[in-house]
Design a protein around this ligand. Structure first.
Ligand code: SAH
Ligand code: SF4
Ligand code: F3S
Length: 440
């Protein structure tokens, strides 16, 4: 690799960031850079960052502190993603050895920013075009998995929930043309992908700039691309969750039987303070549509514990909602005050100890719900997409259409390869995974 420019890239945060990184990697490779596995081996060290909670944001500053000595060896540092957009030029103050700060809305300018760094510029920024109408599309996406791939269909967020940084870190909502999404889905199918996951901070707020397809119609159209066996979509916002999404899942078998619908709180009062734009009742109405589908659709959610002003009664309402909905998974977080957000100025913050207590009660309750839910699969035959092997256990690791982990043994002398679909009889259940045997 003598003479070749090299880069190291590490990703923090959500699936949007993971997929952005795949685009950044493709763009850098196109610019003549080769990716390396360690910071020590790289000329350019990039961190794609997340600032959704304080802990996530601190990670990158710890990381920079651990690796800053490499600057003296001539290596250059870049901070990308949500912390970059949020902190902007302040990052140069905190970490003066950083040469590049760029938010996700500026990645299409990466090639020119790289040239500036190569020419010795020390404070290159991509922070200015958050209000762009354009989405970041590139033909150079370097997808890390050859069977299952992401397509971002909508970027940014216009919802401004009181606690959340995303509208400030990712700019306004802008959707990609459905024709362009479908063209990418077809290209992926042609090169062997069988699973596509459509991404957006609020994927179902999608609005085709050409007005050709609604979100549900786009979902169905991707599901009908020949060769595509599974389509997922995340994250759905309850306010924009319409009945035709469930009808699309009913009509198109390749649309996976799973909906991630973050509720945040079971109390209408807290939802109002959060500016979520739906009530408990409206949320449950949507859950009713999902439960009324012809296939059993698995549901998962996100919850915030200890939002300012959340009383013990409000929290009880959240627990009662978990009992009522019977989710298959809950991502729960303690409320973390974030810069720029309206909730930062709300009084009556819940002490950290109380937040931790509520979080634990919630997770314990949910674990029992999942134990019972997962148990119901014992005796069923489910189709698993193979993801890899667990050599220690001699098990194949698979995933069901409902997005559940299904570890199984296969009698054949050669274990099925990643990407293969196998019918599996479920023999045992845990609160977070299933165990089974491949059906001959
Ligand atoms: N757009 C999605 C969520 C994106 S952020 C939606 O509206 O549902 C992912 C999750 O992080 C959120 O669902 C929320 O539960 C959590 N989150 C966001 N900001 C947070 C904060 N300040 N403190 C704690 N959790 C937060
Ligand atoms: Fe954040 Fe709310 Fe937007 Fe979700 S909808 S990304 S929680 S502001
Ligand atoms: Fe984090 Fe930005 Fe995603 S804040 S969760 S990486 S949109």
């Amino acid at each position: 690799m003598a003479g070749q420019k090299t880069f190291y890239l590490e990703t923090f945060g959500c699936q949007m960031n993971v997929h952005d990184s795949e685009k950044v990697i493709g763009t850098l490779e196109q610019q003549g850079y080769a990716r390396v596995e360690t910071e020590e081996a790289a000329d350019l060290i990039l961190y794609n960052t997340c600032s959704i909670r304080d802990k996530a944001e601190q990670k990158v500053f710890h990381r920079l502190n651990d690796t800053k000595a490499l600057y003296k060896q001539g290596k250059r540092f870049g901070v990308l993603g949500c912390v970059a957009q949020q902190e902007g030029e302040r990052i140069f103050e905190r970490a003066p050895f950083v040469s590049l700060v760029s938010g996700s809305a500026s990645y299409r300018r990466l090639p020119e920013m790289l040239v500036q760094i190569e020419q010795g510029a020390t404070r290159v920024t991509g922070l200015d075009d958050r209000q762009t109408e354009e989405t970041f599309e590139t033909e150079f996406t370097a997808r890390s998995n050859p069977h299952r791939g992401y397509i971002t269909i909508i970027e940014g967020c216009d919802k401004f929930c009181a606690y959340c940084v995303v509208p400030y870190t990712r700019g306004k909502e802008r959707s990609r043309r459905s024709e362009s999404v479908l063209a990418e889905a077809r290209r992926m199918a042609d090169s062997g992908f069988t699973e596509i996951q459509l991404l957006g901070q609020n994927v179902n707020s999608y609005r085709d700039p050409e007005g050709k397809r609604s979100f549900a119609e786009l979902l169905a159209a991707v599901g009908e691309v020949p060769g595509i066996r599974r389509v997922r979509f995340t994250t759905s916002h309850p306010r924009d969750f319409t009945r035709d999404i469930v009808e699309a899942i009913d009509a198109v078998p390749s649309l996976c039987d799973h909906v991630h619908l973050p509720v945040q709180s079971g109390s209408s009062k807290v939802l109002r303070m959060m500016a979520r734009e739906y009530t408990r009742e409206q949320y449950l109405e949507r859950i009713g549509w999902i439960k009324g589908a012809r296939r059993a659709i698995s549901m998962t959610t996100d919850v915030i514990a200890g939002f300012p002003g959340e009383t013990a009664e409000d929290f009880e309402e959240t627990l009662a909602l978990l009992d009522e909905v019977q989710y298959d998974g809950v991502f729960a977080f303690k409320y973390s005050p974030r810069p720029n957000t309206p909730a930062l100025s709300m009084p009556d913050s819940i002490p950290d100890e109380e937040k931790s207590k509520r979080l634990q009660i919630l997770l314990d309750r949910q674990r029992e719900i999942q134990r019972a839910n997962y148990e119901k699969h014992v005796g069923q035959v489910l189709e698993a997409m193979v993801e890899g092997m667990n050599p220690a256990r001699g098990q194949v690791v698979g995933r069901t259409s409902q997005n559940k982990t299904l570890n199984f043994t296969a009698a054949q002398p050669i274990a099925p390869a990643p990407g293969v679909y196998v019918p599996v009889l479920v023999t045992k259940a845990f609160p977070n995974s299933l165990v089974g045997e491949a059906v001959q």
